[in-house]
Design a binder for this molecule. Structure first.
Ligand code: HSE
Length: 310
């Protein structure tokens, strides 16, 4: 039996919600898990890059160190078993190491597929908890799983508490993807262990504004909310041009806010439907100056999350 699951890309943090807020985008990976019939055939992991570009899938392990395998192994352990004969196929379309949740997407897809193969021993709560244990934070995992825009928290007991937030469909997303990769570990390594109290308070207020602005569709409040002092300022040195792009887009007609996608290096511009070409020009020219080319994706929010396709 073979199960395939399609899971969306995600953008985490969304400004003030470091390690908590995230949204799903209609760019997908497909993860298939198959029980091989031949006993002793072991674990086979194949990675197929459907975009056929230079993304470094070569760096992704295809042995038991693969994150999808590790997640599936935890699920088997949950029911007191170990995986013996499995074939895992990961078809990637989501750009890798660009802050678009490619790892969360494959972890979630692999877990849902394996859970299906095993006859649903785990519910959503268990799957979210296993996926987050592998990923380390729930902000990409939750929207990859349930779609939409979410706030999530990984609690001390290992559970993930999340809520879906409403979205104003008049607010549009432009995802600006530079042509270089940034490893999440490196991007987390530049963050301080402690932050000044005033910066924590700044983000606390913005996160509250963020949730309220989504509920009331208040654009002015949302503009204020999309700011951050906990991670973006530290990551600017890893994303040349980020500060200039944010500054230059601040007064551009139609722009509501500019945020780093997850750990970067992609940038998400939230705008109200006007000024598309001006936004693109500012981002492309700024990154061009730093010898970086940009791919643009104008996308709605993906509302469904992971879906079983076979
Ligand atoms: N919240 C995480 C970070 C997302 O910013 O490091 C990356 O996976």
């Amino acid at each position: 039996m073979k199960v395939s699951v399609k899971t969306p890309a995600t953008v985490a943090n969304l400004g003030p919600g470091f390690d908590s807020f995230g949204l799903a985008l209609p760019l997908y990976n497909v993860i298939s898990v198959e029980e091989t019939v031949l006993p002793g055939s072991g674990i086979e992991i194949n990675i197929i890059n459907e975009k056929n570009n230079e993304d470094s899938i070569i760096d992704i392990p295809t042995d038991k160190n693969n994150i999808v395998y590790k997640a599936i192994e935890l699920l088997y352990n949950f029911i007191g078993q170990s995986p013996n004969e499995l074939k895992i196929t990961i078809k990637t379309q989501i750009p890798i190491s660009r802050g678009l949740g490619s790892s969360a997407s494959v972890i979630v897809g692999g877990l849902i597929a394996a859970n299906e193969l095993l006859g649903h021993p785990a519910d959503e709560k268990v799957l979210l908890s296993i996926a987050t244990e592998i990923e380390g934070h729930p902000d990409n995992i939750t929207p990859a799983f349930v779609g939409g825009i979410t706030m999530s928290s990984w609690e001390k007991d290992g559970s993930v508490v999340y809520n879906k937030l409403p979205w104003n469909d008049e607010w549009k997303l432009m995802v600006c993807v530079p042509d270089y990769e940034l490893n999440t570990e490196i991007s987390r390594s530049v963050l301080p262990k402690e932050v000044p109290m005033k910066d924590a308070i700044f983000n606390l207020k913005r996160a509250a504004m963020f949730v309220q602005a989504l509920h009331t569709k208040d654009e002015e409040l949302f503009k204020l909310a999309l700011k951050d002092k906990l991670h973006q300022p530290y990551r600017e040195k890893l994303v040349p041009g980020l500060a200039e792009i944010t500054k230059n887009l601040k007064h551009t007609n139609g722009v509501i806010g500019t945020v780093l996608c997850g750990a970067g290096p992609s940038v998400l511009v939230i705008y109200n439907g006007i000024g598309v070409s001006e936004i693109k020009e500012i981002v492309a020219n700024t990154w061009n100056f730093h010898n970086v080319n940009t791919n643009f994706f104008n996308l709605p929010i993906e509302k469904e999350g992971a879906v079983k396709i076979i």
